[in-house]
Design a protein around this ligand. Structure first.
Ligand code: PHE
Length: 444
């Protein structure tokens, strides 16, 4: 605990690292399939509400807890609330990170698989894209191989150090991914028959509303922003003292939501335009399914000249986006083991990797297990963590300490009103809303 902790060197690196954690498969793979499942535009509206009312305030809170303690997720609660049970919130976060990796790495593996399918040209000859994806799902060994490779890749970056690993990769490649998404979105919208897809995405209809709408959207917001498990606590613990938390949280959330919406604009118009029988596509979409990204996108690439170049570039950048997220997940669990137990960084990384691989193998073999990990983490563990973090910062922490963190010891001019609203959101709005959504989702 006493060794000097690294801090991020440049401000742009900080936003990039936090954004790198947030932007990942959650935006490009999970968001579209959740949106399809949740009935389109209405889901997106609720999702945006969740980002505004508790996503951003909670991200700021995690930064506060992280920088005020300069410790790992569990250690942070230990330090700020010694002798209390708050440390369990940190431990829950560590467990959540572990559970997320247990299925997330499998999807990372699919992404790598598709990257190599594009690179080798194999994807080019495919005509039945859903058959192609199902072949992968039906081949556990292939999935397990890629999943293990991705886990080891993540472990390699964890061991190569915070600065070099996270900051550098995120800074260069995120903007390239963003540009590529813009190009793909334009291409998708220009397809004949894309209008229906845009309607599905942007015109709210009550037709497909489910009782779990709020719970689903809230889970997606937590998952996508990487909040509720202390990921942003761990990153906050590396932040320099002059970082403006509010500005950073708003920037990261904006970027994260933009990438998700862009992914929607890529996938839905192409799904509607390229389907063989448009009559059933809305129902098919509502049935959702984790394959949306891996089925619809290759179809879109097929419509473009130099299809394999686009496909290769896309799956390569998606793997990088996923990697900056898995790095942040693994960092949380590894630093916890390293700082709370007498384990070296190397040993902690090894231990975490083995655990993740075991969960990943089971997830590859069993779709229900995969789903349980997904639902348990996104819809229960993250919101529960968020609930407690909002109570911790809103009620337990000394208000002067919170204000000092938010204003960087008074050097940032934040209006008194802003601080008051922030505390109200944390004390009442976020916890009550999270609780209400829980109860409604479970009983609805
Ligand atoms: N936010 C990441 C994504 O959208 C996933 C993630 C969740 C990462 C929680 C860290 C913590 O892909």
């Amino acid at each position: 605990m006493s060794e000097k902790r690294v801090t991020f060197a440049s401000k742009i690196g900080i936003v990039a690292a936090a954004a790198g954690s947030a932007v990942g498969l959650g935006n490009i793979w999970r968001f579209p399939s959740q949106t399809a499942d949740g009935g389109g535009a209405i889901f997106i509206l609720v999702y945006i509400g969740c980002i505004l009312f508790f996503g951003i305030p909670l991200m700021v809170s995690e930064f506060v807890v992280g920088r005020a303690s300069r410790a790992n997720t569990a250690g942070a609660f230990h330090k700020l609330a010694p002798g209390t049970q708050w440390k369990w919130v940190g431990r829950l976060g560590v467990l959540t990170g572990f559970v997320i990796m247990g299925f997330y790495m499998v999807v990372c593996g699919w992404t790598l698989d598709y990257f190599f399918q594009s690179l080798s040209g194999n994807l080019h000859g495919v005509t039945d894209f859903s058959g192609n994806f199902n072949t992968l799902l039906g081949n556990p060994l292939r999935q397990i191989g890629w999943m293990i490779l991705f886990t080891l890749l993540t472990a390699f970056f964890i061991l190569s150090g915070v600065k070099k690993g996270i900051e550098q990769s995120a800074k260069i490649l995120m903007p390239v991914l963003f540009l590529l998404l813009m190009i793909l979105a334009i291409r998708s919208v220009l397809l004949e028959g894309s209008a229906q897809g845009l309607n599905f995405l942007f015109k709210p209809s009550m037709e497909h509303v489910k009782p779990t709408l709020f719970l689903d959207a809230m889970g997606q917001a937590f998952f996508s922003l990487s909040i509720g498990m202390g990921c942003m606590i761990t990153y906050g613990s590396y932040f320099n003292n002059d970082i403006n938390f509010t500005k950073t949280a708003i920037q990261v959330s904006l970027l994260d939501s933009l990438v998700a919406i862009l992914a929607g604009i890529i996938i839905f118009p192409s799904a509607f335009a390229l389907t063989a029988n448009p009559g059933t596509i809305a129902n098919e979409l509502v049935a959702g399914g984790p394959g949306l990204l891996f089925i619809t996108l290759p179809e879109l690439f097929n419509q473009m000249p130099l299809s394999m170049v686009w496909a290769t570039l896309f799956f390569c950048l998606l793997s990088v986006a996923a990697l900056t997220s898995t790095i942040s997940l693994m960092e949380v669990v590894t630093v916890y083991l390293h700082e709370e137990y007498p384990l070296s960084r190397r040993k902690s990384t090894l231990l975490v990797s083995i655990g993740v691989i075991i969960l990943g193998v089971i997830s590859s073999l069993s779709a229900p297990f995969f789903n349980i990990l997904d639902v348990a983490s996104a819809k229960f563990m993250l919101p529960l963590g968020g609930f407690f973090i909002s109570l911790f910062v809103g009620w337990y922490l000394d208000k002067q300490l919170v204000y000092a963190q938010l204003t960087n010891e008074g050097t940032l001019k934040q209006s008194v009103w802003f601080l008051k609203i922030y505390i109200i959101l944390l004390r009442y709005v976020a916890p009550i809303a999270i609780l209400a959504i829980f109860i409604y989702g479970l009983t609805g």
